[in-house]
Design a protein around this ligand. Structure first.
Ligand SMILES: Nc1ncnc2c1ncn2[C@@H]1O[C@H](COP(=O)(O)OP(=O)(O)OP(=O)(O)O)[C@@H](O)[C@H]1O
Ligand SMILES: [Mg+2]
Length: 350
């Protein structure tokens, strides 16, 4: 296990500031994820940690040792690349064994360790095949196996599961997390898949244009995002424009929508100077038949998704809410009136 400390790290490509991290500590044994859209600087950040590119400014410490100028092989870490970077002429077994042989592990132990890795990633039967004879998704799993096999203290993962189909991705995700905890690896994981980030991570950093916008555990970034970008990136959203009418306790407020609706909400992380909007997650909206005490709404659209129904409810001239309900709990057709209950809402920066 290892602690990673990043201070004032910056990397420019020409005039583009590809990555800029003021201060970030990744704890011993933590599963830390960089989440963000394409081009936001995830790979650039990871490659600086790996020592594959050097930063223009700042430093990186691992276990209090400044490794900013260390070559990759002196950093006691391994990396799973976005483009695999396996040895195409070698077979699967030898690819996974590569790091172990470099470390002069006895051959008998190598046999055991590699088999364990291949089994975990469900590629045992491919052991003797060359890399060029297996699929992209299988190659990705070989990449993960090769990185974890030496039990390094830090593993850097760059979208290691992106080529797997949905079902396999979920399975491997689970195994990966188990193994990371078992082997006590500090993991820095890059993805643009929010579900993957949520299920794997102890903490997530959401990046945009080279900068970290918010860091928190999955629950924090989901329930209390700082702004609309983070909110949209980690889940479904409804935004209601308006302003804070008054504070009703230390962390709760009454929000007045531009249509004049009053909605009680969590205060979130906004400051007095921010322009504000109310975030209501679709699952926080409950619909009942009309004539109950609550917000009056009209069904504007309704979609059958099989097990569930997706409704869009108009609750004011300028506001609609999207929500889902079980298809056995149908509250009405388009144009019917319904009563809307907002179970949870939080004020965020627009
Ligand atoms: N070698 C390079 N030369 C010039 N610009 C680069 C280079 N590598 C990356 N960039 C730019 O730096 C920014 C960050 O790129 P980076 O590869 O870190 O993004 P990313 O978050 O990993 O994206 P993706 O999800 O698509 O992999 C982008 O604007 C990209 O175009
Ligand atoms: Mg990338």
């Amino acid at each position: 296990m290892s602690t990673i400390l990043i201070q004032n790290l910056k990397k420019y490509y020409g005039k583009v500031l590809a990555s800029s991290i003021k201060e970030l500590e990744i704890k011993d044994g933590e599963f830390f994820t960089l989440l963000g859209p394409s081009g936001c600087g995830k790979t650039t950040t990871l490659r600086m940690l790996a020592g594959l590119i050097s930063p223009d400014e700042g430093r990186i410490l691992i276990d209090d040792k400044d490794i900013t100028n260390f070559p990759p092989e002196k950093r006691n870490l391994t990396m799973v690349f976005q483009n695999f970077a396996l040895f195409p002429h070698m077979n699967v077994f030898d690819n996974v064994a590569f790091g172990l042989r470099m470390r002069h592990m006895p051959e008998r132990e190598i046999q055991i360790r590699v088999k364990e890795m291949l089994k975990m990633l469900r590629i045992e039967e491919l052991s003797d095949r060359r890399i060029e004879q297996i699929s992209g998704g299988q190659q990705q799993r070989v990449g993960v196996a090769r990185a974890i096999a030496p039990h390094p203290s830090v593993v850097l993962f760059d979208e290691p599961l992106s080529n797997l189909d949905a079902k396999l991705r979920e399975e491997v995700r689970y195994e990966l997390k188990e193994l990371q905890k078992k082997v006590n690896i500090t993991a820095v994981y890059v993805t643009h898949d929010q579900a993957e980030a949520m299920t794997l991570s102890d903490r997530i950093a959401i990046m945009q244009s080279g900068i970290i916008i918010q860091i928190g555990n999955p629950k924090e970034v989901y329930f209390t995002p700082v702004n609309a970008f983070v909110a949209s990136f980690v889940g479904g959203t409804n935004f209601i424009e308006g302003e804070i009418e008054k504070e009703i306790s230390q962390d709760r407020v009454l929000f007045r929508s531009i249509d004049g609706l009053l909605i009680e909400a969590r205060k979130g992380m906004v400051s007095n100077y921010d322009s504000k909007v109310l975030l209501v997650r679709p699952e926080a909206v409950e619909l009942k038949k009309a004539n109950e005490n609550g917000i009056k709404g009209t069904i504007e659209s309704k979609l059958y998704l099989g097990g569930s129904l997706e409704y869009r409810i108009r609750i004011g001239k300028n506001s609609t809410l999207k929500t889902f309900s079980s298809s056995v709990n149908d509250v009405g057709d388009v144009n019917s009136n319904v009563t809307v209950f907002i179970k949870d809402a939080v004020v965020i920066k627009s």
